[in-house]
Ligand binder design. Sequence first.
Ligand code: GDD
Ligand code: MN
Length: 374
Amino acid sequence: MDLSIVVPTFNEGANVRELLRRLAATLDGTAYEVVFVDDSTDDTPDVIRGAAETSEVPVRLLHRERPVGGLGGAVVEGVRAASGDWCLVMDGDLQHPPEVIPELLERAGRGDVDVVVASRYMSGGTSKGLAGSVRTAVSRLSTVLTKAMFPRKLHGCSDPMTGFFLVHRPALELETLRPRGFKILLEILARRQLRLAEVPFDFAERYAGRSKASFTQGVRFLTQLTMLRFGRMSAFALVGGFGALANLAIMWALIAVGVEYVWAAIVASEITIVTNFLLLEYLVFADMRADSGLMRHRFAKSFTFNNIEAVIRIPVLWVLVEATHLPSVLAAAITLLAAFVVRFVFHALVVYAPRKRRPEPATAATVSADEIAA
Ligand code: GDD
Ligand code: MN
């Protein structure tokens, strides 16, 4: 079995040597390489280079100058660059004990599965290392929600959120993955029905450094879930729905303080045009940004489109209110709904249209030629 160990790292310098040491101790006698996919802003790449020089096994470093897709994006780059057919993905902070790897390999070696998941939530596993009861509750809840949304594909997987798994690369279609943030295993399992087995493990405390999990990662995860389950248009609709509510709330507040309804509608629209663009950038189209040119060009297109839309919509609103005597906020809601479909089509096909073809797998442009073999 050819084995590549893929480790995403973001400012994990203090963990690198200890990780390599424990891997070497556990995998003595097994042939493997370690591929670090690094997006660090500190000296972690130098630490990895230094450790590579004294390592008995090949240690490679892919340092990404232009990180795309966060942790998940890093894992996909690593799997793409790996030379082994079996890729073991694990965190670089030793929360995933290397000592479990032989069990994962043994399970894969039986030849009847495409992926072996190291699970905190099956019997024999624990999640003690998860910092705090809030984080534990969030993890539990999102696991249940996710399993409910993919009952068939995640059947037999008690921990689709884990970042510790062994996967047979030929079973993956790397081009179909849209990694965004932390939940890369979920992305892999939700795209395609894979044959799966699990091995329990104890999620440990961090060896050194700090977690990069955040509230933003949580929002990103919910977007990913929506997109995987219902497609991009529904995520777009959620953002649009949120924007429409914000629009109406601002309009209502302005009318309440005495602003004339047409002016209130104009101000409310301008504010939500900007906030909606930001939500689209960072959530709905996050995976398409890298290929669709400059952010300010996208903003110009989106802003122009939405203003033209508003220029059409606000007179329509006026006619609607004057002719039918509907309450102005209700009439505004009707016009916002009508504008939704046109806006989705324009953004998906024009604003986020790819500028260049996606890089071919072997020459991923985002990975600098910063590779060392020891
Ligand atoms: N290359 C790269 N780019 N690596 C990253 C990035 C990034 O943007 N963000 C985080 N990492 C690396 C970290 O350096 C670490 O090696 C690993 O990904 C996990 O990050 P942590 O910050 O330690 O996350 P965590 O411990 O809170 O979350 C882990 O456990 C969760 C289970 O509750 C991850 O494995 C999650 O995927 C997992 O869901
Ligand atoms: Mn961690």
